[in-house]
Design a protein around this ligand. Structure first.
Ligand code: IPE
Ligand code: IPE
Ligand code: MG
Length: 250
């Protein structure tokens, strides 16, 4: 018996995207391999990745996605060679300079998840100004996970709960949610990881508890609007049960 033919019964396929996820999160992986496969330095891949991000943001707006979270730099990425880390920091700064006005004009609200305290003061200031500048926009909420780690987020959450003097029996799932970096943002419905690795790499480990995962076999700079459409199409045929039984009521 084949698993796909019997145990897993996807919803019947149609051409339309009848269920658009509210929140899509993306692990933008594979920039380095994209560059190496073209005989280019890894930084060329990171630059191509930022170019691609611009078109995926546009595509998300067109598809009617409300929240997009992107994994741009993890707490573990500090462990890369200093030249790559410095190159990435410079690139992110220049992306803010270059893209902020356009993002604002498109109605994108920028948010940051992660720790800003590990960044150089001038860079931190630039990020804070960008968040402030776009804070009234609501066409697309773009959460940028930068210097972000899921474990670090949980540690930070526990620290703040303790600092606020919350009693043990007042700690609930809802309370923890309110202390996370993503407070007020719905959990991701769909998490996409490009470039073929089948792991989460410390991304949204609390919020992703019931997310649907999708692993397109392309490097991030090659993940285009058509690839996103395929991901959304696949998502719209998934059956989300949250531990219950579909269609069974008392
Ligand atoms: C993802 O691409 C971008 C960052 C982690 C900043 P990678 O740099 O991880 O690319 P690969 O996985 O080495 O190809
Ligand atoms: C995850 O990719 C982090 C980002 C995309 C920012 P990595 O390339 O750092 O993850 P691993 O090392 O393959 O797990
Ligand atoms: Mg990688």
């Amino acid at each position: 018996m084949s698993l796909s033919g019997t145990l897993m019964k996807p919803k019947e396929k149609t051409d339309s995207l009848d269920v658009i996820p509210t929140h899509v999160a993306i692990i933008m992986d594979g920039n380095g391999r994209w560059a190496l496969s073209r005989g280019l330095p890894r930084m060329a891949g990171h630059r191509a990745g930022t170019e691609n991000l611009r078109s995926i943001i546009q595509a998300c707006i067109e598809f009617g996605i409300r929240y997009l979270t992107i994994y741009a730099f993890s707490t573990e990425n500090w462990g890369r060679p200093p030249t790559e880390v410095q190159g990435l920091m410079k690139l992110f700064e220049s992306v803010i300079d270059r893209e902020l006005q356009e993002l604002h004009d498109q109605g994108v609200q920028l948010r940051h998840i992660g720790r800003l305290d590990g960044l150089k003061p001038a860079f931190r200031q630039k990020v804070l100004q960008a968040l402030e500048y776009t804070c009234d926009n609501d066409r697309l909420i773009l959460n940028i996970a930068f210097n972000y780690g899921g474990r670090d987020e949980i540690v930070c959450t526990i620290q703040r709960i303790i600092e606020d003097g919350v009693k043990a029996d007042e700690v609930t799932t809802d309370l923890v949610k309110r202390y996370l970096f993503t407070s007020g943002v719905p959990d991701p419905d769909l998490i996409i990881r490009t470039a073929g690795e089948l792991r989460g790499s410390n991304f949204l480990i609390w919020q992703g508890a019931y997310s649907e995962w999708y692993f397109p076999p392309v490097y991030w700079p090659d993940f285009d609007k058509e690839q996103l459409r395929l991901a959304l199409d696949e998502y719209s045929h998934r059956e989300r049960r949250y531990g219950c039984l579909a269609g069974v009521k008392d």
